[in-house]
Design a binder for this molecule. Structure first.
Ligand code: ADP
Length: 386
């Protein structure tokens, strides 16, 4: 009998990431990315061409999509609003509702819809499932989810803190419990997802009680190209005094801010090289990134009261030992002590990096959003049948 496989698609405005994998074993059959979709002089005109290109690559690798055990296609959708909080089999009504949510996630939801429409057309015989990046945080406590602004305005315009990277925070917190051999509901956890986009969450007994991203993925930590928290007064100030349009300001905060905005470079490996060659703005960008991260760690220790586990994940969290060291330096008084040898040991698997006498266990756990999405898909289609 062939193993079931799920195709997971993450469709952005100019890129389409794909992975074909076995949800049971977690084994990946093929994965990749098609970039520069729709860009001038790019051979890939649109998302349909991108998916055809992916299918060509499958064929070259000897994978026949019609006979490989494909049971579902999973689509990552960034914003589920208040409507969607569990993996949902896609139909026309869902597509219409995701389109309605576009104003809340103008950069993310429209390309996801394009990916869904194209994939459904090209693979009409299997169920397609939407997995929402906001879902895990749907039941965030009201005190954490509510912005302190005019309540009527907030309600009318659906303004609240939604949180993102939910698939990763949930997966990593579950893996942390499994790694420690403890029930999820016995642990208070902080998860630091540090990649191009970064977010933190506080999770009490498996339920998120705080997260750093808000209405959009712009709030919170300093990121590769996004500012994270800023004084909202900056926006009206720039609008009025610098005569920047709303689009200019939004574009600056999303694409030309964060570490890139300060240092002109967003990749942490190159940022490190720049720092080592004496670049002061690279050092400043790094310091601002670390400072914000430490503020959030302190805040979440207070939100949780008792913290059992703190986990680093995603590209920076999994790989940059120095970021982990600087983020937690001098926190012995808060019960956090790293073991320098464990922190710097070359490894790619889940591991403990705290010292034996650290009250808070510090872990590094590789995230695997595609696997989490694939497993969500299997669950959703199982529920759909029953
Ligand atoms: P995305 O949010 O796009 O999924 P990733 O989780 O892959 O991003 O994280 C990308 C970031 O991880 C980049 O800033 C990259 O420099 C950083 N990174 C990847 N590998 C390393 C490494 N070995 N050392 C330091 N940083 C790394």
């Amino acid at each position: 009998m062939t193993e079931s496989v799920v195709l997971v698609i993450n469709s952005g405005s100019s890129s389409l990431k794909y992975r074909l994998l076995e949800p049971d074993s977690g084994k990946s059959r093929i994965d990749g990315i098609v970039e520069q979709i729709g860009e001038r002089s790019s051979p890939v005109a649109d998302h349909e061409a991108a998916l055809h290109l992916a299918f060509d690559r499958f064929a070259q690798a000897g994978i026949d999509l019609d006979n490989c055990g494909l049971v579902a296609v999973g689509h990552r959708v960034v914003h589920g609003g208040k409507t969607f909080y569990r993996p949902t089999v896609i139909d026309e009504a869902l597509i219409a509702k995701v389109k309605e949510l576009a104003p809340l996630a103008p950069l993310h939801n429209p390309p996801a819809v394009q990916g869904i429409e194209v994939a459904r057309r090209l693979l009409p015989d299997v169920p397609h499932v939407a997995v929402f990046d906001t879902a895990f945080f749907h039941d965030l406590p009201a005190a954490a989810a509510t912005y302190a602004i005019d309540r009527e305005v907030a309600e009318k315009w659906r303004i609240r803190r939604y949180g993102f990277h939910g698939t990763s925070h949930q997966y990593v917190s579950e893996q942390a419990a499994a790694f420690l051999g403890k029930p999820l509901d016995s642990l208070n956890q902080i998860v630091l997802h540090l990649g191009n986009g970064s977010s933190a969450s506080a999770i009490a007994a498996g339920r998120p009680v705080e997260t750093s991203m808000g209405l959009t993925p712009m709030e919170g930590l300093v990121m590769g190209t996004r500012s994270g928290d800023i004084d909202p007064g900056i926006i009206s100030y720039l609008y009025r005094s610098a005569q920047m349009s709303v689009e200019d300001i939004e574009s600056m905060l999303n694409h030309r801010s964060g570490v890139l905005g300060i240092a002109g470079e967003q990749d942490f490996r190159r940022l490190r090289e720049m720092i080592e060659s004496g670049d002061h703005t690279a050092q400043l960008a790094y310091d601002v990134f670390i400072h914000r991260l430490r503020k959030y760690i302190g805040a979440y220790l207070a939100v949780l009261g008792r913290t059992d586990v703190l986990t680093f994940t995603a590209g920076i969290g999994e790989n940059a030992a120095q970021v982990r060291r600087d983020a937690l330096a001098g926190m012995a008084g808060l019960g956090i002590e790293l073991d320098e040898h464990r922190n710097t040991a070359a490894a790619t698997e889940a591991r403990r990096i705290s010292a034996d006498n650290s009250t808070v266990t510090v872990l590094v756990i590789p995230t695997n959003e595609e696997l989490a999405i694939a497993r969500d898909c299997v669950q959703a289609i199982g529920q759909g049948d029953g």
